[in-house]
Structure formats: structure tokens, C-alpha cells
Design a protein around this ligand. Structure first.
Ligand code: ASP
Length: 582
């Protein structure tokens, strides 16, 4: 038997017990007459002691040969520790070792396997299996398991059935490129890896499965952005015979359940905000509502003077930064530089200091008097002691810029607290989104999303104004889930493909299977998918999804541990009927 106990469970209650432990050597302290070894496994750390007076010489000799990360088995007796460590559960005891087996040696690890490590990110990714031995990474994986387990239990209890859908499929458009897999048996043909199981879950509804979920890998070949993974996990869900209200209620229930069980936080009903409102008030379709700093649109109170920058702008909009009047001139200049960075792209920033005595001092005093500035303070909700930051320009861009500034300032002010949770639904998304590059409308969500009832006509006259039965669940400034009520009528779906610029042939070739299915009794249906990686990270009070994925890719989409992607040999290429053109 390799072990009678784990390294995390022995306490003073076990004193005098004879035990066998197995694990990894974390640290060795050799004082000559006595050697202490910290033995680690998944469950914790237990101190082993070898001492010249009580331990046999051959055992001591073996102990002297140990190195960090050796895998060993120790048999001994639990004794009380002379100097106790109140920080760990096993801190009152140690094991006086009588027999020692070296189960496997280990090279010196390239970084320290401790909670605080000296290893940089890339190095730890390369030796991820060593990183996983560290408590923070291990705990994150265990945490993820716990979240997934709660999701499975909750949904199963509500009558959802977990069904697996295939990975080797044909393109499902979710707005990214497909990863493709060449077919050896079908020369010149390719499978696509699913960007989501979207079409399959809809087919399951046609199949009468009624309530489906799946914790599932999705693959999207997107240009890499910070903290995106080319493969990621969704909690994918679909229901038949539902309206938007049913979906929102069901998955608000799931989210509340998770917040309660995982974080001990009870959230009452989630607020709902229309997309238009979110853009107007926060410049963003995934607003962080843990703090205020709402946008105040200033066109009316700022476009009546000779300040041309504002007069020529589509939108003049500001936020009140609480306590911001304490910023020095230099700090404000830094903020101005911050919004002018190419990543943000603002041309400048106007600011107003709200003095304690009720007066104002702005960077545009030449153009605006105290009454004007007072009106700005009213619109932005600024109080004495605040700083008003104002940006102007084209609507969409300016909103995005001010939203970035709002988030940055909130982080700096400590307003984005990891243990505070403010979920909300953003609803009534536009159905279509104009794409400058292709000069065409694209489905904002995906082509299977239904327009709001009665808006089909509007598609002909003002496509950009059509709203969809689509919703996002937003938590602390992150989109953690999104979905829609689907089209379940063949004629409507076919028309939608027309609007999106598919020819009849293209639509038939790509999605004929779905439209055919709609001819055999498709029930009304809708669903949602949560991004599990992000959800777990947020519930865990952290920002980086990589930290919650066992074997993540780096920011260039590479697995630096196994070194993928990699080239394949000529024979494999030939079998796949592929010729490289390098
Ligand atoms: N398939 C969608 C997505 O991946 C989610 C949904 O509409 O249910 O975003």
C-alpha cells in the first residue's frame, strides 16, 4: 500500500499512529543531526523528521540523498511537533520516519514549486505539470471542477439532459474563422471544428429533447486577443417551447445558484438593461455596474459656445470621477496621455475640477463659464471634490473610449472589487451589425437568432434598427453568457440568409440540413451559452482564464509544453492529400 493517509489530513488526534505517506519532496532542511522534509501531495503538506537519535542510520543516509521533487514513500509514527505551524492543518504534528523508499528521483525543477514561485509565466507553461503541483494552480482546477459539478447537478435537477454533439462537423458561424481538419478518406474535403454546438442543439430541439445542456469545448480561430483561448469551454444550453422570459428566468436561477453555493452571495433579481441603454449609460454592452460613474451626454450643455472641438462632435460625453479633484496636474496630464494612446485613440480630454467651495476650474475656461460647468456637473452627477472627464467625437468611438477610461479609473480607485458581484441582463440587441470591411450587415449574434416579433418588415427599410430576441448575461463587466430565441420557421430562416448576403445555393449547401429539419415540426426554441472559463475565473475572484485551464495556450495560441502547432511529416501530408506551398 503506497499510503494510509494523505499529506493533508494528520493532526494531533493521530499522535502515536503508524502511517504511510507518499508524495513529493517540497523542501529539505538538513541540520546534520536532524533532517526535516516537507512532503507534499494534492491534499497538503506534512513534515517528516529524521533524527540521529531515533532514526536508523541507513534511513538517514537515504534521506540525505533526497532532492526537491523526489517522489518518496515514508513509513513512520505521528509525533507532536516541537515548533508548531498554525498556518497549515497538519502543523501540530510531524512523522518520525522509520522506513523511506525513493519511488522516483527528479531533476531539479526549473522553478520553485511553492505558492509564491520564482518562475515566469512562459517557463511555468512549458512545465505546466510542475506548475499544477503548486497550490494556487491546483486549487483553481479543483475550483473549476466544483463549479462544473454545481452546473451539472443544478441543470440535471431541472430536467436538462447532457448530450454530446460531434466535434468533426461543418462550419457553424459564430463570427470567427473555423479550425479545419482535412479528411484522409475524402480527398480535398475538410471537417470544421465547432465554434459552438449551435446547429446541433437546435436539431436536438427538433428531436424533442426539450431541455439540453452540455459542458463542451468550442474552437474559434480568432485573431488573438489578451486572455482568449482558441479552444475554450461553454456551458451550452437550449430549451424548446420557451420565450425569452423563460430563458432569462431559468439561467438567472443557475447563476444565482452558483453565486450562492460557490461564493455565498445572495443576489436578488438581476436588473435588465436594453442594449441601447447600456451603450448610452456605459458606452459598453457589458457594463460593470458595481460602481457608478455613468455617462452624462453633454451635447445640449456644451455645444452652445465657440469651442469647435465640441461643436463639430457627434457626441460630447463625460463621467464624474469620485474624489478626482485631488489629482495633481501631472496626474491629469497622465490621464490625458492615457486616453491618447493608440489603443484608446482619443484626440484629447477636457476636464473640470469640482472644487470643495462649489466652484469649477476647467481646461476650457476660455469657452465656458461657471454656469455652463455647473450644468455639466449636473448632467454627469459630479459632486464637490470630483473630476469630470469629457471626451468628444464620433458616437461609437467616443463611447468606447470613455468606457475604457471609466474602467481604468474604477480599477485605479479600487471600485472593481473581486468579491462583489453585480450581474445583469443586457437585452434587445440589434439583429444586425454593419461591417465596414465587407460593407455588409452581419448577424450580431448568429444567423439563427430571431428578430423581435413584427420587425421582419423593418429589415427591408432600416436593417440596422431591427432588434433581436437576443440577450447577454453580464457579470462585473464581462459577458459571461449570451443567447437568443431562434428562428424555427424555414421561410424566415431562408429569408434571413438572403438578408445576410448568402445566395440560395450557399445557404442550402451550408445550412440545408437545418432548414430541412425545420420542415419536420420544429418547436419554438431558444437557448444560451456561458463561457465556463471566464465564469470560473470571475467566481474565483480572478481575471485570467488561463489560470483556470489545466493546459492553456499562450497569448500566441501556442501550447509551449507540447510545442503545438507543429509541422507534420510528408507521409502524413500525402495521406491527407495536402501539398504545402511554403
Ligand atoms: N451559440 C451561441 C454562442 O456560442 C450561444 C447561443 O446562442 O446559445 O455564443
Amino acid at each position: 500500500m503506497y499510503r494510509t493517509h494523505t499529506c493533508g489530513e494528520l493532526t494531533a488526534a493521530d499522535i502515536n499512529r503508524k502511517v504511510t505517506l507518499s508524495g513529493w519532496v517540497q523542501t529539505i532542511r538538513d541540520k546534520g543531526f536532524v533532517i526535516w522534509v516537507d512532503l507534499r501531495d494534492r491534499y497538503g503538506i506534512t513534515q517528516l523528521i529524521f533524527d540521529a537519535e531515533r532514526t536508523q542510520e541507513d534511513v538517514i543516509k537515504k534521506a540525505q540523498k533526497l532532492g526537491r521533487e523526489f517522489v518518496i514513500q515514508a513509513i513512520g509514527t505521528v509525533i507532536e511537533r516541537a515548533s508548531k505551524n498554525p498556518n497549515i492543518p497538519t502543523g501540530d504534528i510531524e512523522i518520525l520516519v522509520e522506513e523511506l523508499q525513493i519511488l522516483n528521483g527528479a531533476k531539479l525543477p526549473p522553478f520553485t514549486i511553492e505558492t509564491e514561485t520564482d518562475g515566469g509565466e512562459e517557463l511555468r507553461m512549458k512545465y505546466r505539470y510542475l506548475d499544477i503541483r503548486r497550490a494556487p494552480v491546483r486549487n483553481n482546477l479543483i475550483f473549476r471542477h466544483k463549479v462544473a459539478q454545481h452546473v451539472r447537478n443544478y441543470l440535471s435537477q431541472k430536467g436538462f439532459i447532457e448530450v454530446e454533439t460531434p466535434y468533426l462537423i461543418k462550419s457553424t458561424p459564430e463570427g470567427a474563422r473555423d479550425f479545419v481538419v482535412p479528411s484522409r478518406m475524402n480527398e480535398g474535403q475538410f471537417y470544421a471544428l465547432p465554434q459552438s454546438p449551435q446547429t446541433f442543439k437546435q436539431l436536438l430541439m427538433v428531436g424533442g429533447m426539450d431541455k439540453y445542456f452540455q459542458i463542451v469545448k468550442c474552437f474559434r480561430d480568432e485573431d488573438l486577443r489578451a486572455d482568449r483561448q482558441p479552444e475554450f469551454t461553454q456551458i451550452d444550453c437550449e430549451m424548446a417551447f420557451v420565450e425569452q422570459e423563460d430563458i432569462l428566468n431559468n439561467f438567472e436561477g443557475l447563476t444565482k445558484h452558483l453565486l450562492k453555493e460557490i461564493n455565498g452571495v445572495e443576489v436578488t433579481d438581476f436588473p435588465r438593461m436594453t442594449y441601447d441603454d447600456a451603450m448610452k449609460r456605459y458606452g459598453n454592452d457589458k457594463p460593470d455596474i458595481r460602481f457608478g460613474m455613468e455617462f452624462g451626454e453633454l451635447n445640449q450643455v456644451a455645444q452652445h459656445k465657440d469651442f469647435n472641438v465640441f461643436n463639430s462632435a457627434e457626441l460630447v460625453v463625460g463621467i464624474a470621477v469620485p474624489g478626482g479633484n485631488s489629482y495633481t496636474r501631472k496626474e491629469i496630464d497622465n490621464l490625458i496621455d492615457w486616453v491618447k494612446r493608440p489603443q484608446i485613440g482619443s484626440l484629447g480630454m477636457v476636464y473640470v475640477r469640482c472644487n470643495e467651495d462649489g466652484s469649477f476650474k476647467s481646461s476650457v475656461d476660455k469657452f465656458y463659464d461657471q454656469d455652463d460647468l455647473k450644468a455639466w456637473a449636473e448632467v454627469t452627477g459630479a459632486k464637490a471634490g470630483d473630476l469630470i472627464c469629457v471626451l468628444s467625437g464620433e458616437i461609437d468611438k467616443t463611447r468606447a473610449q470613455l468606457s475604457a477610461l471609466r474602467m481604468e479609473l474604477a480599477s485605479r480607485l479600487g471600485l472593481r472589487k473581486a468579491n462583489e458581484f453585480a450581474p445583469l441582463w443586457v437585452i434587445d440587441f440589434p439583429l444586425l451589425e454593419w461591417d465596414e470591411e465587407t460593407k455588409r450587415y452581419h448577424a450580431m449574434h448568429h444567423p439563427f437568432t430571431s428578430p423581435k416579433p413584427g420587425q421582419m418588415q423593418l429589415l427591408e427599410t432600416n436593417p440596422g434598427a431591427v432588434k433581436a430576441n437576443a440577450y447577454d448575461l453580464v457579470l462585473n463587466g464581462n459577458e459571461i453568457g449570451g443567447g437568443s430565441i431562434r428562428i424555427h420557421d424555414k421561410a424566415v430562416q431562408s429569408k434571413m440568409f438572403d438578408y445576410l448576403g448568402f445566395t440560395k445555393e450557399e445557404a442550402q449547401a451550408q445550412f440545408g440540413f437545418l432548414m430541412n429539419a425545420f420542415e419536420y415540426g420544429a418547436p419554438p426554441h431558444g437557448g444560451i451559452a456561458f463561457g465556463l472559463d471566464r465564469l470560473v475565473a470571475i467566481l474565483g475572484g480572478q481575471e485570467t482564464i488561463r489560470d483556470f485551464i489545466a493546459f492553456p495556450k499562450n497569448n500566441s495560441g501556442r501550447d509551449v509544453m507540447i510545442d503545438a502547432p507543429a509541422s507534420i511529416d510528408k507521409q502524413q501530408l500525402d495521406e491527407l492529400h495536402l501539398k504545402l506551398n511554403l
